[in-house]
Design a protein around this ligand. Structure first.
Ligand SMILES: Cc1cc2nc3c(=O)[nH]c(=O)nc-3n(C[C@H](O)[C@H](O)[C@H](O)COP(=O)(O)OP(=O)(O)OC[C@H]3O[C@@H](n4cnc5c(N)ncnc54)[C@H](O)[C@@H]3O)c2cc1C
Length: 473
């Protein structure tokens, strides 16, 4: 089999949203870069995660919004067109064809090599192409590992043998199973329960703990559980799934000693690092572990190696991977130029927002949009704080948006510095409220100054005034 050798300033393993951005930033900084991709250029987000999952959910949300407005509701006379919804989902994934993203990579002046990459000692990556030919890549300045994460399967007896759905199948399925069992009540389990329930499946959701969305403020998980139940999903909290088997076409789960039958089972219990087969052992690291990086995304102890995006386990969200990519890319360029690199708070080379200012949205009905610390995290960190809460439905903009609008805003305020540590909104269409909160948290805007940030009338953003009043008491 043929073998070739190539040298670039930067070699990037994995052309997901993170890898693409690392390569783009370093090329814009005057370095050469190559992306190595074994599946689809664009990665999980474009084909099996953010985009298809939100495309599956959006129709249901649009219908609910119309049904919540007297007058408009009368126009909603039919059901959601499932085939058209799936077709729209497929248009967002380009039918799992990455040509348009390949075009972008080429246009950006980034090299692209199709194949499976493995580290082979310092600054060296060996790529095995689809035809078995190998290419040995040498990096003058840096290797960035952006291989992402994959679905974790819990140690449940028989589960791997029933060929459970992972989020990949849940976002790309061509039809709704009649009965869908969902194991895991984090954001993927909750979003996919809403989506497939609305598209015709009878969904049962098993959550081991006593609350859905355990990482969020408790009000969020409670509201989402209540809404899932209102929509007809069987939500079982405190459920222990101990075994799985196939019986003909059916999948049978043993749950708390009893049996539950379905047509498919989705396992959504978290992620694990995609570092098992990428040669990290050749540079002294443990396969299967998340890459341990500092705030400039440099792997500790290896100055030429970076771990960016899901693969470092810091914040497994597309926008945070892209943010880390911008910071890591800037650090790589600066180091290549011999410039000083700072890992200090809010430096252009450091992803410090990972620690205390990460925004995220769960696209359930209601949505859950949050940034910064929850009250539990503020407590764990020993920060002096007070929690203020207000119903969003009390503001004029919300009652115009939807009849009987129900939602909650929760702010965690640092009582010593009088700045926001975190904000959570739970309610219909709250995602677009989030960035104002992110700016306030990142900017550490004093509460006294926030009084001068006047929200327009009548918008849902007036909830900010109510939160400030609740803080003043
Ligand atoms: C169902 C679901 C919904 C989600 N929804 C959202 C959302 O709404 N918003 C949000 O912000 N985040 C969301 N996420 C998280 C988001 O998808 C990830 O954080 C993001 O995709 C991570 O990007 P990445 O580039 O780090 O990794 P990936 O996208 O996984 O990219 C890694 C790439 O590396 C390639 N690769 C791996 N190993 C090799 C190798 N050895 N050689 C060559 N190539 C290799 C892979 O093929 C892949 O293309 C969701 C996740 C799931 C599962």
């Amino acid at each position: 089999m043929s073998s070739a050798e190539q040298t670039y300033d930067v070699v990037v393993l994995g052309a997901g949203s993170t890898g693409e951005n690392v390569a783009d930033v370093v090329v814009r900084g005057g370095l050469s870069a190559v992306l190595v991709e074994e599946h689809l250029v664009g990665g999980e987000c474009s084909y099996y995660a953010c985009m298809p999952s939100k495309a599956l959910l959006r129709g249901t949300e649009a219908l609910e919004e119309a049904r919540a407005v007297q007058g408009a509701a009368a126009a909603v006379t039919g059901e959601q067109d499932v085939a058209a919804t799936l077709e729209r989902r497929d248009s967002f994934t380009h039918d799992w064809d990455d040509s348009s993203q390949v075009g972008w990579v080429e246009g950006a002046g980034i090299g692209l090599l199709r194949g499976t990459a493995r580290l082979d000692g310092e600054r060296t990556v060996v790529v095995t192409g689809p035809d078995g030919a190998t290419t040995r890549l040498t990096a003058r300045h840096a290797v960035a590992v952006c291989t992402g994460s994959e679905a974790a399967v819990p140690p449940v007896d028989g589960l791997p043998d029933v060929q459970p759905w992972t989020p990949r199948e849940a976002t790309s399925a061509k039809e709704a199973p009649r009965r869908l069992l969902v194991v895991g009540g984090g954001y993927v389990g909750c979003e996919m329960s809403f989506a497939w329930n609305a598209l015709g499946s009878q969904v049962t959701l098993f959550q081991r703990g006593d609350r859905l969305l355990p990482a969020a403020e408790p009000q969020a998980g409670d509201a989402v559980a209540a809404s899932l139940r209102d929509h007809g999903v069987d939500v079982r909290l405190g459920a222990h799934v101990s075994a799985a088997r196939r019986d003909g076409d059916e999948v049978v789960l043993t749950v708390d000693g009893g049996e539950v039958r379905g047509d498919e089972v989705l396992v959504a219990v978290g992620r694990r690092a995609r570092t098992t087969a990428i040669g990290v052992d050749t540079v002294g690291l443990e396969p299967g572990e998340y890459l341990d990086v500092d705030d400039t995304l440099q792997v500790r102890g290896l100055s030429w190696l970076y771990g960016v995006g899901d693969v470092n386990g810091r914040r497994q969200l597309t926008h945070m991977g892209k943010y880390q990519a911008r910071q890591a890319g800037a650090a790589i360029v600066a180091r290549a130029r011999g410039e000083e690199v700072s890992g200090a708070d809010w430096s252009p080379h450091a992803a410090t927002a990972d620690h205390a200012a990460t925004p995220s949205v769960v696209f359930t009905l209601p949505q859950v949009a949050s940034v910064g610390l929850t009250s539990a995290q503020a407590r764990e960190r020993g920060l002096p704080h007070r929690v203020v809460e207000h119903p969003i439905g009390s503001v004029a903009g919300a009652s115009l948006f939807a009849d009987g609008y129900e939602g909650t805003a929760i702010a965690v305020v640092d009582t010593r510095r009088e700045v926001l540590l975190g904000v959570t909104f739970v309610g219909p269409a709250v995602a677009e409220l989030l960035h104002a909160a992110t700016v306030a948290v990142v900017g550490e805007v004093p509460i006294a100054r926030l009084w001068h940030a006047v929200p327009a009338y009548p918008t849902v953003s007036e909830i900010w005034l109510r939160l400030l009043e609740a803080w003043r008491g």
